[in-house]
Ligand binder design. Structure first.
Ligand SMILES: NC(=O)c1ccc[n+]([C@@H]2O[C@H](COP(=O)([O-])OP(=O)(O)OC[C@H]3O[C@@H](n4cnc5c(N)ncnc54)[C@H](O)[C@@H]3O)[C@@H](O)[C@H]2O)c1
Length: 390
């Protein structure tokens, strides 16, 4: 059976996400498993070219993983017809310009979220891609996390009955950089460089809420920059100009209320770095990244408020774990495989640049709600130009 090589330009591949999630855990893992199997028995084999500004870093990465294609000039990589996909995991503020270049060169587009730092630019990317007839996709990795897949299983099997509310709690302490090195790149804490937790995390909350719970009708959001001075990768102090925490409420069209706390300034006392607590008529669930626990209505204890005695109920012990029941892939890899198949066979891939733009829309509206201190509505977005390839 034939094996089809598929050339992928990987830009921003020396970064945290580019190296770990996209190169090592996705593209190299797919190569090691022998490619992506197609329904007709043939195979797709990703053939990456590592693109960036620092040749030495690219060479080191390529030789470490047995690859031989590197390029410091994006135009050159785009000119090579073997490369059919352009992938971007650069810092957010650099993404739109590079994607436009790649669309002009006729490449299919796959990229990290957020696709751009403003809604106008995110929509422009979606329109340009559709006009050019290139396939396009945006990373929506949280949907592929085992914990969220289990939650989806519960929703699809009507475990909850009516869902009333969702508490989404994300965050951990990101060190300031003075006494312990920060575990995230410093640009994340500078607004002028595309940083900020609202821009970063609302892009995720949009697709998580859309895909699991329903359409968002309106929101309120209070952002904060709790830590105003941090120390960067070179040991230099800098002013943190971007929000490092956001306290939001989303009201969905179906009446569900979603509270979302996002923070890089919180010490974890939860089962996981992200927990999603869902309360419904017939049961509740708490999903983390991998696990998901449930409490059915018949297992619900009857607490009474009495601070004069020690708490008599071991609340945490009254939950049951949802079993795996299936093997789970790395979420980034699972989505890459679907995108590669989409490019080659036209199989469905719903998470396109327009869906990505919805994430940026929610970030923009979150920032607006914070700035203006009011509830804001979420207008519907639609592609104004129909996709050529559909
Ligand atoms: N899907 C997720 O869960 C997730 C998680 C974290 C970050 N991200 C997104 O991934 C993207 C990258 O984040 P990261 O944490 O890997 O950042 P990073 O700083 O580690 O990597 C950024 C990459 O961009 C390149 N770059 C930066 N400035 C450049 C310049 N002037 N010229 C050429 N290249 C340049 C860097 O060399 C590096 O390869 C961001 O858009 C971020 O929002 C997504």
């Amino acid at each position: 059976m034939a094996t089809h090589p598929i050339g992928i330009i990987m830009n921003g591949v020396t970064g945290r996400m580019g190296t770990n999630q996209h190169l090592i855990r996705s593209i190299l893992a797919i190569r090691e498993q022998g490619g992506v199997a197609l329904p007709n028995g043939e195979t797709l084999m990703p053939d990456p070219v590592l693109v960036g500004r620092n040749e030495a870093k690219l060479e080191a990465l390529a030789s470490k993983y047995g690859l031989n294609r590197i390029e410091t000039d994006l135009e050159q990589a785009l000119a090579d017809e073997c490369n059919v996909i352009y992938f971007d995991a650069q810092t957010t503020s650099r993404r739109a310009a590079a994607i436009k270049q790649a669309i002009s060169a006729g490449k299919h587009i796959y990229c990290e979220k957020p696709t751009a730092t403003s809604l106008d630019e995110a929509l422009e990317l979606a329109e340009l891609a559709n006009k050019a007839g290139v396939k396009n996709g945006v990373v929506q990795d949280k949907l592929f996390l085992p914990g969220l897949l289990k939650l989806k299983r519960l929703i699809d099997s009507h475990f909850f009955g009516d869902i009333y509310s969702v508490k989404l709690d994300f965050g951990y302490w990101v060190f300031e950089g003075d006494w312990q090195e920060g575990q995230r790149p410093s640009w994340n804490y500078r607004e002028e460089d595309g940083g900020g937790i609202i821009v970063d995390m609302f892009a995720h909350w949009r697709y998580v809420i859309d895909n699991l719970f329903g359409e968002i009708q309106s929101l309120s959001c209070l952002g904060a920059t709790h830590i105003r001075k941090r120390v960067d990768e070179d040991g230099q102090p800098y002013k943190a100009t971007a929000d490092d925490a956001a306290y939001a409420i989303f009201e969905l069209e179906n009446g569900i209320v979603v509270q979302a706390n996002s923070s890089w300034v919180t010490r974890v006392d939860r089962d996981d770095l992200l927990t999603i607590h869902v309360d419904g008529k017939y049961g509740s669930a708490v999903a983390g990244l991998r696990d998901c626990k449930i409490q059915h209505r018949v297992m619900t204890p009857r607490p009474t408020w009495n601070p004069d005695i020690p708490n008599p109920i071991a609340f945490q012990e009254l939950w049951q774990q949802v079993p795996d029941n299936e093997p789970y892939e790395n979420g980034f890899k699972a989505q890459w495989e679907l995108f590669l198949k989409h490019v080659h066979t036209d199989s469905p891939f719903p998470w396109d640049l327009l869906e990505g733009a919805k994430g940026t829309q929610l970030s923009d509206l979150g920032l607006q709600a914070w700035r203006e201190r009011k509830w804001v509505g979420v207008p519907k977005l639609a592609a104004t130009v129909p996709a050529k390839h559909i």
